[in-house]
Design a protein around this ligand. Structure first.
Ligand code: GDP
Ligand code: MG
Length: 494
C-alpha cells in the first residue's frame, strides 16, 4: 500500500519550508507547480530524499566516532568517590562487614586459583579427553559381601534378639542360580522320598505280617511304594506283581532288608478255631463225614487222583495245570458215608494254603509220583500233616510209568519217620495210577477203613461247614465249574 505524504508534512519532518521542497521538485520534474497540500508521488519522494541526503553528505565518519570519547581515570575516580561518599557516611557499619566479606571472598578466590594451578599440573583424566567409559550394568559379579561386612561393623548381628532377623543385602541373580527350594511347598518328589527314607531310618517301623500278604499290602505296611518292594523281591530272584501273594518268610526277608522290624501276625483263623474247639467228647457233637486233604509235590498227580475218583477232568482246565486254590469235593460211598476231599496246590508259593488244608482235615493223602520220589514239597506236606496231627495215607502214583519204583518211595518215606505197614509200620502205602485208574478202589477202601473215617462221631461245626463251602466257591470261581460234585462210588465195583 502506498503511503500518502503531503509536501507540508515532509518539509516539517526535514525542518524545511514547503516552498524549498516544491522548488526542488520543479527542478527535476516538469508539470504544474506543487502546492504545500499536494500529495507527493514516489518519484518526487525519491528525488527529495536523494537531494537532501546529498546535501548532508559527510566525507568521513571519524569525526562522528571521535565525538564520543572515553572519560579519563581522574574523572572516573571522581565519579566513584562522589557515588560512595554519601553511603560511607550513613552506613559505616554495613560497609565494614561488606569489607570483611570482600576480604574473605578474595582469600577464597586465591585458594581456588592455587587449586586450579595444581590440577593443571596433574595429568588429565581419560574422561576429559572425550573417551567413552563403558560400564557393565548387569553387575552380576558385584561383591556384596563387603557391604554386608560394613553393615555388620555398623550394627553387629549379636546385638539383635534371636527372634529378630537382620536383613542382609543379597543378590537376586545369585539366589536364582542356587536353585534351592525356598520353602516346603517347592519340595520335589525325589526330595520328599529322601526325607521319608531319612525319617524311616531314624525310627524303625514295626510291622506285623500275616501268613500271606500281597506285595501292595506289604508296601503300604512298610510305608513305601510297591515298586520299592518289587525291586527288593527281584533281588531275591522273585518276579512278582503288585497283586501277587507272598508268604510270611519272604515278606520278613524283604521287610528286614528295607529296614523294618517284621513280626508274625497272630491270626486265629477259622480253621485254628475249629481245631481248638474240636473235642470228641463235646456234647454238641453230631456225626459228620471225614475231611480228606490231598497233598504232595507239584505234578505228582493230586488233582488227577481226585479227577479219577470223581470221573471229571479238572487238570485239563486248570491254569498252567497247577491247582490255584483249595478245591473241595464230596464223594458218597455205597455205604452212604460221605467223604470230603480237599485238593491243595502243590507249588511252593502255596505253602500257606497247603498248611491251611492240613489244618482243616482229618486225613492227609500224600501223593508221591513213583518215578520221581519225595520232593521238597512232599516233605513240607508231611510236616504240615504231622503238625496238624492228622493221619497220613500215601498214594504212590504214576505206577503205569516205566521208571516207577514204589520200594524206593517207601524207603524215602521211612527217612521221614513214615514207616509203611508192609515194613512193620503204621503208614498205609497204596501204589496207584490216576491215569489208568489202577487200584483207586482199593485205595478208597483203605481210606475208609482208617480210624477217623470209621468213627462216625465227628464234629461238624457251622464254621467248618462255612469253610468248606467257601473253599469250594473259590474253586468254582477259578475254574467256572459247578460246586458240589456227588459221585456215587460202588466199593464193590472194580
Ligand atoms: P498235581 O499238580 O499234583 O495236581 O498233578 P496233576 O494232577 O495236575 O498231574 C500232573 C501231570 O501228571 C498231568 O499231566 C497228569 O496227566 C500226569 N499224571 C497224573 N497221574 C498220572 C499217572 O498215574 N500216570 C501218568 N503217566 N501220568 C499221570
Ligand atoms: Mg493240582
Amino acid at each position: 500500500m502506498m503511503v500518502k505524504i503531503k509536501v507540508s508534512d515532509l518539509a516539517k519532518n526535514f525542518g524545511k519550508q514547503s516552498k524549498t521542497l516544491i522548488e526542488l521538485i520543479s527542478k527535476y520534474i516538469e508539470g504544474p507547480a506543487k502546492k504545500s497540500s499536494s500529495v507527493l508521488t514516489e518519484d518526487e519522494l525519491n528525488i527529495i530524499f536523494d537531494r537532501i541526503t546529498k546535501e548532508h553528505e559527510l566525507k568521513s565518519l571519524e569525526p562522528y566516532f571521535a565525538s564520543k570519547r572515553e572519560p579519563t581515570p581522574e574523572e572516573k575516580e571522581a565519579k566513584k568517590e562522589a557515588a560512595a561518599k554519601p553511603k560511607t557516611d550513613s552506613k559505616s557499619k554495613k560497609h565494614q562487614s561488606q569489607a570483611a566479606i570482600l576480604q574473605m571472598a578474595e582469600q577464597a578466590a586465591k585458594r581456588a586459583e592455587e587449586k586450579a594451578k595444581k590440577k593443571a599440573n596433574q595429568t588429565p583424566q581419560a574422561r576429559t579427553k572425550g573417551e567413552a567409559r563403558r560400564i557393565d550394568t548387569r553387575a552380576n559379579t558385584v561383591d556384596l559381601e563387603k557391604y554386608n561386612q560394613k553393615y555388620e561393623d555398623i550394627a553387629p548381628a549379636s546385638s539383635y534378639n534371636d527372634n529378630q532377623n537382620k536383613q542382609k543385602l543379597s543378590q537376586k541373580s545369585k539366589q536364582y542360580r542356587k536353585k534351592k527350594p525356598h520353602s516346603r511347598k517347592k519340595e520335589t518328589e525325589a526330595q520328599r522320598l529322601a526325607r521319608i527314607a531319612e525319617q524311616r531310618k531314624k525310627q524303625q517301623i514295626k510291622i506285623s505280617v500275616p501268613e500271606e500278604i500281597t506285595v501292595g499290602e506289604l508296601a503300604s505296611l512298610l510305608r513305601m511304594t510297591a515298586t520299592e518292594v518289587i525291586k527288593e523281591l527281584m533281588k531275591l530272584g522273585m518276579m512278582v506283581t503288585v497283586n501277587e501273594v507272598i508268604d510270611y518268610d519272604t515278606a520278613e526277608i524283604v521287610g528286614t532288608e528295607l529296614g523294618a522290624k517284621v513280626e508274625k501276625e497272630v491270626v486265629v483263623s477259622i480253621e485254628e478255631q475249629i481245631i481248638e474247639e474240636e473235642d470228641e467228647n463235646d456234647e454238641n457233637a453230631i456225626p459228620r463225614c471225614p475231611v480228606v486233604c490231598v497233598m504232595g509235590h507239584v505234578d505228582h498227580g493230586k488233582t488227577s487222583i481226585l479227577d479219577a475218583i470223581r470221573n471229571t477232568d479238572v487238570t485239563s482246565t486248570e491254569a498252567g495245570g497247577i491247582t490255584q486254590a483249595i478245591g473241595a469235593y464230596q464223594v458218597t460211598t455205597e455205604g452212604g458215608s460221605v467223604i470230603t476231599f480237599l485238593d491243595t496246590p502243590g507249588h511252593a508259593a502255596f505253602t500257606a494254603m497247603r498248611a491251611r488244608g492240613a489244618m482243616a482235615t482229618d486225613i492227609a493223602v500224600l501223593v508221591v509220583a513213583a518215578d520221581d520220589g519225595i520232593m521238597p514239597q512232599t516233605i513240607e506236606a508231611i510236616n504240615h500233616a504231622k503238625a496238624a496231627g492228622v493221619e497220613i495215607i500215601v498214594a504212590i502214583n504214576k505206577m503205569d510209568k516205566e521208571g516207577a519204583n514204589p520200594d524206593r518211595i517207601m524207603q524215602q518215606l521211612t527217612e521221614h519217620e513214615l514207616v509203611p505197614e508192609e515194613w512193620g509200620g503204621s503208614v498205609i502205602c497204596v501204589p496207584v495210577s490216576a491215569r489208568r485208574k489202577w487200584a483207586l478202589i482199593s485205595f478208597l477202601k483203605q481210606l475208609i477203613s482208617l480210624r477217623k473215617c470209621a468213627n462216625s462221631k465227628q464234629i461238624l461245626t457251622e464254621r467248618l461247614r462255612a469253610l468248606l463251602s467257601r473253599l469250594s466257591s473259590i474253586r468254582a470261581e477259578v475254574l467256572s465249574l459247578p460246586f458240589s460234585f456227588r459221585t456215587v462210588l460202588s466199593t464193590q465195583a472194580t
